[in-house]
Design a protein around this ligand. Structure first.
Ligand SMILES: Nc1ncnc2c1ncn2[C@@H]1O[C@H](COP(=O)(O)OP(=O)(O)O)[C@@H](O)[C@H]1O
Ligand SMILES: O=C(COP(=O)(O)O)[C@@H](O)CO
Length: 584
């Protein structure tokens, strides 16, 4: 149970504020997360980490000399948005380029990759290493599909130390890849976590049973077994990790390894020490030389009761980098040389956004579309718990709160744009920016793409009409597919969007009004979303838990269908909004 919060939707923002207030010696707040409070040498490579909130000390707690230069801090269990990542990297970079490193999750990959493209276009060299240490999330042959869990730390630390030693970007990337290749983790859970404001944990494990192969977002394990003794758990974890040796480790005897026994939130340090006693014995029995073991909390999942073991297989260079000094809120070793505080006076003035000229009819249409966005927000509010519940079956339970944050931000941005005299196209583009910026995660990025594509197709000249709306929806669909790379049948929102768009275009081309065409298309989306219950997910968070999701519709397809259905009802009701063929 997460007991202490104000409004649940404000939890992540308030957490960051308090974290900065408590750690001003290490970090300063920047839009989107935190950057080092201390100055770094000009030309040093900046290591920028990040991810969703709810995993402290990942990610903000690992910012400081010898480790990360900045952390993009997303909403609870949702990746930071592209804007957040770009903004933190811009604040953290020192002229030597940027390494992005983070756990390998769909939302993080989408948003960090997009930020990387934007930074490169702005002339800032930028590379990425996604951490893939969780052996339970994919077979060794598909290591690139594995998730990042507590092994994030070894990669961040190696990269941060290399940057501090003056390695250039290419060399920092090499070291981060090597550390990732030589890091393996495996975890278990006894209970799921409960998000602030939620009444139920994201999953539960029957009494006396243990989920094996945990995820750090309240995803249940890949399998289940009886709860073993502490020694039995140590044997399970060490045994599993010794089956998955990294390339370059031919034999375990004589290998030097940093073990990290990580508590997920509700397992006590004393319990971890009991487990670790047996871990150390088992490693010694096979001839592993334990170096600088770590027992504590390094990547958590709120109040989840669980533990993971990471083995970091050192070579000479990695051992030197691991042992190098670091000074961050949550990870300290050795003593770092005294550092001055960063001069932040010049940083990050808000961009002034000028509203482009628009025709009168487009401005009137913007007001009507603003009402539609208010309806989207209301629809999401009414279904927020249902969406979270669907997402908790095989995902991370955040789809409701992510959609809520995004739709509220889009509605607010629409009001600001309308008040500033924006046309319909600009208003939708601003709403899309706000949606993706505030929601983060996969669906936030994709709804941002959708609204921006729709806005670009509609423009600020003419009032939207049935044909331009159908073309805009088709452009939104193409944008989402190009960005997210999902195909029909992968069990994503694309499964509802594609039939919706195809039906809308067909009906409009056949002469239906927008209201008539939208209603038929919404029926198609609702049916297609329901039919995703029979599919196995091939993309996103639900993929490692594919079988669990059978029988449950995809959350993103379902929310899409709810929204287009609600819009259909309003369009039909207010048919005055739409005139056949030409005027919306
Ligand atoms: N590659 C993708 N393309 C399109 N939609 C996707 C993709 N990956 C995931 N989704 C959609 O995103 C939904 C999950 O959204 P959300 O929970 O908000 O994001 P996250 O999984 O990042 O926390 C899924 O139910 C699915 O519909
Ligand atoms: O959940 C996280 C990001 O992944 P999504 O794919 O957006 O859910 C985050 O907590 C780990 O970075």
């Amino acid at each position: 149970m997460t007991r202490l919060y104000n409004a649940p939707e404000d939890f992540a923002d308030e957490m960051v504020r308090g974290f900065v207030a408590a750690n001003g010696r290490y970090v300063r707040a920047v839009p989107g997360g935190v950057a080092r409070a201390t100055a770094s040498p000009a030309g040093e490579v900046a290591v920028v980490i990040g991810g969703g909130s709810g995993h402290y000390p990942a990610f903000g707690g690992l910012v400081g000399p010898g480790l990360a230069h900045g952390a993009a801090m997303g909403n609870l269990f949702a990746s930071p948005s592209t804007q957040q990542v770009r903004s933190v990297a811009t604040a953290a970079q020192q002229g030597g380029g940027v390494l992005f490193t983070y756990g390998n999750y769909a939302g993080d990959v989408l948003n960090f990759d997009a930020a990387q493209e934007q930074l490169r276009a702005a002339g800032i060299p930028c590379e990425t290493v996604a951490v893939t240490d969780d052996v339970s999330s994919a077979a060794l042959a598909e290591k690139h599909k594995r998730r990042g869990i507590a092994g994030d730390l070894t990669v961040f630390k190696a990269a941060g130390a290399a940057a501090a030693e003056g390695y250039d970007l290419e060399e920092v990337v090499r070291v981060a890849r090597l550390a990732n290749e030589r890091t393996r983790s495996f975890g278990v859970a006894f209970t799921g976590c409960t998000l602030p404001g939620a009444e139920e944990p994201l999953f539960s494990v029957p009494a006396g049973r243990m989920a094996v192969g945990l995820g750090i977002h309240g995803e249940s394990g890949i399998g289940e077994t009886d709860v073993p003794t502490a020694a039995g758990l140590a044997e399970l974890m060490v045994g599993r990790l010794l089956e998955d040796l990294p390339d370059g480790v031919a034999t375990v005897a004589g290998a030097r390894v940093v073990p990290i026994l990580n508590g997920l939130g509700a397992v006590k340090y004393e319990e971890l020490f009991v487990v670790f006693g047996r871990v150390a014995e088992l490693l010694a029995q096979v001839g592993v030389e334990v170096v600088d073991p770590q027992v504590g909390e390094f990547c958590t999942s709120f109040d989840m009761a669980g533990a993971s073991l990471t083995l970091f297989w050192l070579d000479e260079e990695l051992e030197r980098l691991w042992s190098a000094p670091a000074d961050t809120p949550a990870f300290r070793r050795g003593s770092v040389a005294p550092v001055a505080y960063a001069d932040t006076a010049e940083v990050l003035a808000d961009e002034v956004q000028v509203v482009p000229a628009a025709s009168d009819e487009s401005r009137v249409a913007a007001e009507r579309l603003g009402e539609v966005l208010a309806l989207v927000r209301q629809t999401v509010d009414e279904h927020v718990h249902e969406l979270g519940g669907l997402d908790s079956i095989a995902g991370d339970g955040d789809h409701g709160i992510g959609m809520q944050r995004g739709s509220h931000a889009a509605g607010d941005a629409a009001c600001v744009a309308i008040a500033a005299g924006a046309g319909a196209g600009t208003m939708l583009e601003r709403a899309g920016d706000a949606w993706s910026d505030r929601a983060g995660g996969t669906s936030g990025a994709l709804w941002g793409v959708a609204l921006r594509s729709l806005g670009a197709a509609i423009g600020d000249e003419q009032a939207p009409h049935a044909a331009s709306v159908a073309a805009g929806v088709a452009a939104a669909g193409e944008g989402i597919r190009a960005y997210g790379k999902a195909k029909v049948g992968d069990k994503t929102m694309v499964d509802a969007l594609v039939p919706f768009s195809a039906t809308l275009t067909r009906e409009v081309n056949g002469g239906a009004s927008l209201a008539e065409a939208w209603a038929v298309a919404a029926d198609a989306a609702v049916a297609a979303a329901a039919a995703t219950a029979d599919l196995l997910p091939r993309m996103g968070r639900a993929r490692p838990h594919a079988e669990k999701s059978l029988g449950t519709p995809d959350p993103g397809a379902h929310s899409f269908a709810l929204i287009v259905r609600a819009v259909a009802d309003v369009l039909t009701e207010r048919a005055g909004l739409v005139t056949k063929g030409t005027t919306a």
